[in-house]
Design a protein around this ligand. Structure first.
Ligand SMILES: [Mn+2]
Length: 323
């Protein structure tokens, strides 16, 4: 059973709260944004006053149009009301960035599915389920526990987080059981069209985006007899859009590959996106954790200060023992 019963403290805290702030991680992805949006609808239907906080940026195409539903800073009037805080899709307290600091003394519920991390609230207010393929499915389980009926818009948010984190059904192992897909079938019964959502979340890219992706693929380097493939993007590339997921999807299909790394220069920091191949036996989340980052078994990341060349060289060297 993936979705074990929710701690009574979580349900009681939500039922008795008037003001609730829902916080997600900075640089949000679809699972984070749609978890916040779905949870907001569930809580609003219970009569709660809900504020969505996320410092952004809302850089990905599929979430950009929802930006106006979020505050990027905590209003002091809200902090003074001592709201209940619910943090979603965050495994450590630094993931939300600066928006969480004003609420340090508030009661905090954490809903997450990352396999690594540092607890940052009372254990009775945490619901951490690494076997949940997305945080939106945890929100769906919470909705059910609170006795809130599903509606089409909430179902579409839950589905969009699910497809973001599963690469549209790709990264689902048998360990998560039929329970996961039964939850998804319920979403379809409530009016979600998988076909339409796929198109909605992929269409509208420019041709120059794909030429840019081709350029990044063109510079891919292979190490450890092809077990590692990596590429990089610098500020000078002037790239529009977020190519990482398209890069991973292609490179993870190459014969013999076990790990794909994508280095992205952001001013004085390098963002390292990491993926390991299903069946490779490599827990890239654990590797990311040992480099100050975190994530899941097959998908993780870390931010490292330094020059691009140095970070690439050091990371590749550190992977030697893993590969
Ligand atoms: Mn997630």
């Amino acid at each position: 059973m993936v979705y074990t019963p929710f701690p009574m403290d979580i349900l009681t805290a939500i039922r008795s709260a008037e003001d609730i702030v829902v916080i997600g991680h900075s640089n949000p992805d679809g699972d984070c944004v749609f978890s916040q949006l779905a949870l907001s609808r569930v809580l609003t239907s219970l009569g709660k006053h809900v504020t969505l906080l996320n410092e952004g940026p809302f850089a990905r195409d599929e979430i950009a149009r929802f930006e106006n539903m979020f505050l990027t800073e905590a209003p002091s009037s809200l902090v003074e009301r001592n709201p209940l805080v619910i943090v979603v899709d965050c495994s450590t307290i630094d993931r939300p960035g600066k928006v969480i600091a004003p609420f340090a003394s508030c009661r905090m519920i954490v809903l997450d599915h990352h396999s690594s991390g540092e607890p940052f609230t009372d254990s009775s207010l945490m619901y951490i389920q690494p076997l949940s393929v997305s945080t939106t499915l945890i929100v769906d389980a919470l909705r059910e526990a609170l006795g809130v009926p599903l509606d089409q818009t909430t179902a579409s948010y839950i589905y969009k987080g699910f497809v973001t984190d599963t690469g549209f059904f790709h990264f689902i192992s048998d360990k998560v059981g039929g329970e996961t897909l039964r939850r998804v079938s319920h979403l379809v019964d409530h009016g979600v069209s998988p076909y339409c959502v796929y198109d909605e979340m992929h269409d509208g890219k420019s041709l120059s985006y794909f030429k840019g992706v081709a350029g990044l693929v063109d510079r891919v380097q292979s190490r450890y007899d092809g077990a590692l493939l990596y590429t990089w993007q610098t500020d000078d590339d002037g790239f529009e859009g977020k190519p990482a997921d398209d890069i991973y999807a292609q490179l993870l299909q190459v014969e013999g590959v076990r790990v794909v790394l994508f280095f992205k220069q952001k001013e004085d920091e390098i963002d390292i996106g990491m993926r390991s191949k299903n069946g490779s036996g490599i827990d890239i989340g654990a590797f990311a954790s040992s480099h100050g980052g975190g994530g899941h078994r097959y998908a993780a990341g870390a931010k490292v200060k330094g020059e691009l060349d140095d970070v690439i060289r050091n990371t590749i060297e550190d992977l030697r023992s893993v590969l």
